[in-house]
Ligand binder design. Sequence first.
Ligand code: GLC
Length: 427
Amino acid sequence: MSPKVAIGAVSLLSAVVVLAGCGSSGNKSGTGSSSGADARGPITFVTGKDNSGLMPHLADAWNKDHANEKVTIKQQSDQADQQLSDLEQHFQAKDPGYDVVTVDVVWTAEFAAKGWVVPLEGKYALPTDKLLGPTVKAATYNGKLYAAPYASDGGLLYYRKDLVSKAPTTWDEMIADCQGKTSTTITGPKPACYAGQFAKYEGLTVNAAEAINSAGGQIVKDDGKTPNVETPEATAGLNFLVNGFKQGYIPKEALGFQETQSLNAFQAGQLMFMRNWPYADAILAGTGSKVAGKFDIAPLPGPKGVGASSLGGHSVAISSYSKYKATALDFLKFVESDAVQSYNLTQGSNAPVLTSLYTDQALVAKFPYLPVLQKSIENAVPRPVTPFYPAVTEAIETNVYAAIQGTTSVDSALKSLQAAIQSATAG
Ligand code: GLC
């Protein structure tokens, strides 16, 4: 690290500390006040596995200025479904030890409807005017904000720029690139063509929704609950994945891929194209990556042109069972501060929730794909918004997985999916 960079890092840390101090009502050390919205004390922040190594900095920056209100980070697994079931169990047990929790955009409705997280209104009000619209919408349920947007997510196409001269914009172009029908420069063992996340878990719902939305279909109608998958468009979308496995442009191993496995395969040079979230960029460009300097990022392709991403991302909410809600609220303000958001982008390539960072010239110079990412997030299609989301996503995962495995036809998978979403949302 050059001295210049080191100074930059120190001043970033101080900026974070100053900002964090501002939010705590001048009560830097905490009073240990014992109840209600004014109570302060040490908190635990429960969050998914820190793949990008951001948490030590976050904790240090906060703790430096909050001696009596320190945060302890509790990392869960890196798998969305396991994170959710861990949170559900702790909420059901009314655990006061889970003060502040990371909320995937698809969990907001369930957590809000069950009263597990504190609505951010009145004493808990949080300004949202500087944040990207879709991130605020995803943290809102029935007109109330329930969480502070923390990191957005949009699906991106990672491609080997050393092997293809430009990013494909359609599925056919991508497949043609893999078949060597375009100006590819592949020598030696050929990498597999394409992979996303196709294991049977939340990531499969994301990838299936992207394929279906890209083909002009919908999983549910605009009311957010009426299933709409028995259509030619949804059929075309699912066929892209099913044919991938049949024809071999998606390798069989990808039936077991979550984010990490697809990233590992691309990083080892075993894939030409990969669908993944922005966080993959920092890891792929880092030391130890076989593809550092050899890949670029583009919008997801679709059947006739650029495709549609699913909206991903996380916000941070205060548990209804936390004893120290005043501290927790300050922590929410802190995680969406400019300093934390910039740090998470520059160190972990996390998609910021602050709109201004997407047009910051120094950041765009360092991350030229920021405008692509902003567009991907702004045009991203939310997954169904319902308190019964766990049953809806289970229906998608089960039926789509059967189709891509080849144990059922696309038509019968979509027929059974239609019926399953209907019964999941009828309650
Ligand atoms: C990412 C997204 C999240 C999604 C998950 C699926 O973490 O941010 O919204 O549910 O991937 O694996």
